[in-house]
Design a protein around this ligand. Structure first.
Ligand SMILES: NC(=O)c1ccc[n+]([C@@H]2O[C@H](COP(=O)([O-])OP(=O)(O)OC[C@H]3O[C@@H](n4cnc5c(N)ncnc54)[C@H](O)[C@@H]3O)[C@@H](O)[C@H]2O)c1
Length: 267
C-alpha cells in the first residue's frame, strides 16, 4: 500500500483562532495538529478528557500556539452554547470552526436498526453540526467574517447498503452546509463540507468491526488501492479554511482516492 506523499504546501494561520468540535481523535486530531503547525490557536472540544490532554501536549510540542480543551457532548444544546461562550471569551474571536464530531454504528440492514440507534446517529452527526453553526454564525457575523468546515462523508453523496441512517445523517450535513452558506454568503463567511471516503480511524474500525475487516471491505472499491491517512483529510480542511479557498462556499468536497467516480456499481 503506497504511503501518502510528503507535504508540499505550507499554510500560515498565525494569529487565527480555530474551534475544532470533535478534535480528540482521528481526523479532528490530525487537523488540530496541522493547524498548530501552521501557527493557529486552538480551542478543541470532543469526548475523552485524556485525549484532550494528550493532544494539548502534542500541540505544545509542535508550535507556540494557544490551546484549550473542553469535554462536550455535541448532542446537548446547553453544553454547546457554553462551549462557544468559553471559546469566544478565551480568544475574543473565532476565525475558523471545524464541526467534525461524528460516530458510526455497526453495519446492519434497516430492519435491524433500533429507533434509539437512529436518534443517536442523527443527534451526534447532524444535530451536533446544526448546534455548532447556530452559535458560530452570529459570532462570525458580528466579527465581520470567518470560515466554517463541516464533516460529511462519501456516504453523504451516495447510498451504501447497511449504513442507511449514517448515510442519512451525512446527506443532512450537506443540506445544512449548502443552506447556511447561502444565508451568510454576503457576510464574508464561507461554509463548506468535506466528504471523506475511508480514513483509518477508530470510527472506521467500529463500523466494520476490526481494522482487518475494514480493509477487506473497503480496499477493493478504492481505485487508489489504499485507505487514507487522517493527515490527508486535515490538508483539505486547512485549504478550505484558508484564503486560498476565498471563492469556495456551499461545496461538499469529496476526498476518497477515486471511489465516488468509480461508481456505486463497484460496491
Ligand atoms: N473514518 C472515516 O472513514 C470517515 C469517513 C467519512 C467521514 N468521517 C467522519 O469524520 C468525522 C471524524 O471521524 P473519525 O473518522 O476521525 O473518527 P473518530 O472516532 O476518531 O473521531 C470522532 C470525533 O468525534 C467526537 N465525538 C463523537 N461523538 C461525540 C459527541 N457525542 N460529542 C462530542 N464529540 C463527539 C470524538 O470525541 C472524536 O473527536 C466524523 O464526523 C465521521 O463521520 C469519517
Amino acid at each position: 500500500m503506497a504511503e501518502p506523499q510528503a507535504q508540499q504546501v505550507t499554510y500560515n494561520f498565525s494569529g487565527k483562532n480555530v474551534l475544532l468540535v470533535g478534535g480528540t481523535t482521528g481526523i479532528g486530531r490530525a487537523t488540530a495538529l496541522a493547524f498548530a503547525r501552521a501557527g493557529a490557536n486552538l480551542y478543541v472540544a470532543g469526548l475523552g478528557a485524556q485525549h484532550g490532554k494528550s493532544l494539548g501536549d502534542e500541540v505544545k510540542a509542535v508550535g507556540k500556539t494557544e490551546y484549550a480543551f473542553l469535554e462536550v457532548d455535541v448532542r446537548k444544546a446547553d453544553a454547546m452554547e457554553a462551549l462557544h461562550e468559553k471559546a469566544f471569551a478565551r480568544f475574543g474571536r473565532i476565525d475558523i470552526a471545524f464541526n467534525n464530531a461524528g460516530m458510526s454504528s455497526r453495519a446492519a440492514p434497516v430492519q435491524d436498526v433500533s429507533e434509539a440507534d437512529f436518534y443517536q446517529l442523527i443527534d451526534v452527526n447532524l444535530k451536533g453540526i446544526f448546534l455548532g453553526m447556530k452559535f458560530q454564525v452570529p459570532h462570525m457575523i458580528a466579527k465581520g467574517g470567518g470560515a466554517i468546515v463541516n464533516t460529511s462523508s462519501l456516504f453523504g453523496v451516495m447510498g451504501y447498503a447497511t449504513t442507511a441512517v449514517y448515510c442519512a445523517s451525512k446527506w443532512g450535513v450537506i443540506g445544512l452546509t449548502n443552506s447556511v452558506a447561502l444565508e451568510v454568503a454576503k457576510k464574508n463567511i464561507r461554509v463548506n463540507a468535506i466528504a471523506p471516503g475511508s480514513v483509518m480511524t477508530p470510527l472506521l474500525t467500529d463500523m466494520f468491526g476490526s481494522p482487518q475487516s475494514a480493509r477487506d471491505t473497503v480496499l477493493p472499491v478504492i481505485p487508489m488501492g489504499r485507505i487514507s491517512d487522517p493527515s490527508e483529510i486535515a490538508q483539505l480542511v486547512l485549504f478550505l479554511s484558508s484564503d486560498a479557498a476565498s471563492f469556495i462556499t456551499g461545496q461538499a468536497v469529496v476526498i476518497d482516492g477515486g471511489g465516488f467516480v468509480a461508481g456505486a456499481d463497484q460496491l
